[in-house]
Unconditional design. Sequence first.
Length: 609
Amino acid sequence: MTPRVVLVGASGHGRLHLREIVALEAAGRVELAGVCETGPLDAEARRLIGDRPVGPDLGPLLAGADIGVVSTPIHTHVPLAHAVLDAGLHLLLEKPPTPTLADWHELVGRSRGRVVQVGFQSLGSHALRRLRGLVRSGELGAVRGIGVRGTWSRDDAYYARAPWAGRRTLDGRPVVDGALTNPFAHAVATALALDGSTGVDDVEDVELELLRARPIEADDTSCLRLRTRRGTVVVVAVTLCAEVPGDPVLVVHGEAVRAELHYTEHRLVVDGVEERHGHDTPLRNLLDHLDDPAVPLNAPLSATGAFTRVLEAVRTAPDPAPIDPRWLRRNGRRVDVDGVDDAVARAVERLSTFAELEVPWSPLGAAARYGWDARSLPLVVPRPALHPVRTLGGVVVTGEHPADHPWHRGIGLALPDVNGVDLWGGRDHAPGEGYVPGELGVVGEVGPGELVWCDSAGEVLLRERRRLRRRIVDGGWELEWSSVLSARTEVVLHGPGGKGRAGAGHGGWFWRLPDLDPLAVRVFSPDGEGEEEVNGRAAPWLAVVVADPVRPWTAVLSGPADPWFVRVARYQGIGSALAWDRPLVLRPGREREITVRAAFYDGLRLPTG
């Protein structure tokens, strides 16, 4: 029996479905049973539909039909999909399938006994199938990561075409019409499918950098980095404000061979050799599956869980941060972001975020600079750190090489005594002698995020895996610093507090503030207020409030289980103390993690808990 198809939505992308259904009808594969459309039909739609029933009420059209094709705005998907499934029909649902993860779970449960295909056209590409085979066979070598770059441009009319365009919500309902979740949804879904990570629990560790160049709610220029449960790093860097628009490209970074999938063209380039492939549309694939269940669906609803997990992260993230207008150019009806094409490409090649690349138009990129000290000073151990660090409003919150402690620099790791070697700078505290000169060590970088801490002869004492993350939070931004220390032989880490210097157990994560008026600086923790109340005590959070008369700012720190090291009166510095009043012994095969989160805000935020 020829399946009868009802189309819901005949405008916009739905027009492509209408054309395909009519073509398939001419080939004898389907019968168009009717069209549900709330808006007026143009001449092409009336011609294609002919005398088939058309109306705004879906219910009567479903009677006697076999398949419902829903191609309507995102926020209308759920009720329409429910109606189709409740009527006993199979379903082709445009992407994204649902605007929330909870809706997705409900739809999965509701669809039992019916077949649901999601309209991710790229997943029907034979080029993707070929690339998946190359990855699984090992012909590309070990995969270092997967990146997708997308540089499109959308003009003013794109955002004026419908009330939901560029919105996160509409009339209280989630829409999530951002670059990552709608126009470049295929980029996310294709990368996940290539990795074989499509289940709802297959996505871990999502990092988002959502930006907007236009005065809209949703993101139009964004970077996503995630790690799948298989351990694959996936970076998707996209913009709708490209300087030179181009087709999106998925890049597989193989240790032996590089591969590029141009998924909108079904074109594959492997080690510089181009291959062209065909594709199956979602509807044709659905029909083939219904004819023969042995034919797998390209995008079954159950295999869109990982994508929906990403969508949920975007939906619940803080609003996209505006890009500084200085980096925007009006180009007719377009808005271009200066340098965005290059930033997108670099993010995908390096599997990095815009912030890590310190892209100047990214608020997170401009918020902190990470790197080595350009100067060589006496009694200072050069090491990579963050400086300057700024609030989103541009207030500098770090100091560098102050006269009182020239070895202090921004935010970094401070190790004053490792097996008697000073890996910070200055002088060491010796029991009964005070601060005396000691052996200064050296720090080296052996790979991205991998450092070695050595004695003066270059013998490795400690190894460190370092990870820095930045993210927008409501009203500000947050830095997460994570260092994991390990050693091949037993090492002992000391702080001055364990060698007789009471109240000075510094050594670990350390933040040197700029020179401030001590009377303008207040420190709080759940234990109380003031240096005497918070120094040397472990607390779940620590707040620093700087009542500058012109540009006040606040920082809230959390994360470490170690005591806080706090200085306000003599100078302004905050740290976490690895060895407050006794040494820390690090044995071979053991690791010591230091994780600190520091959120920076413009203005005064007094603690409430």
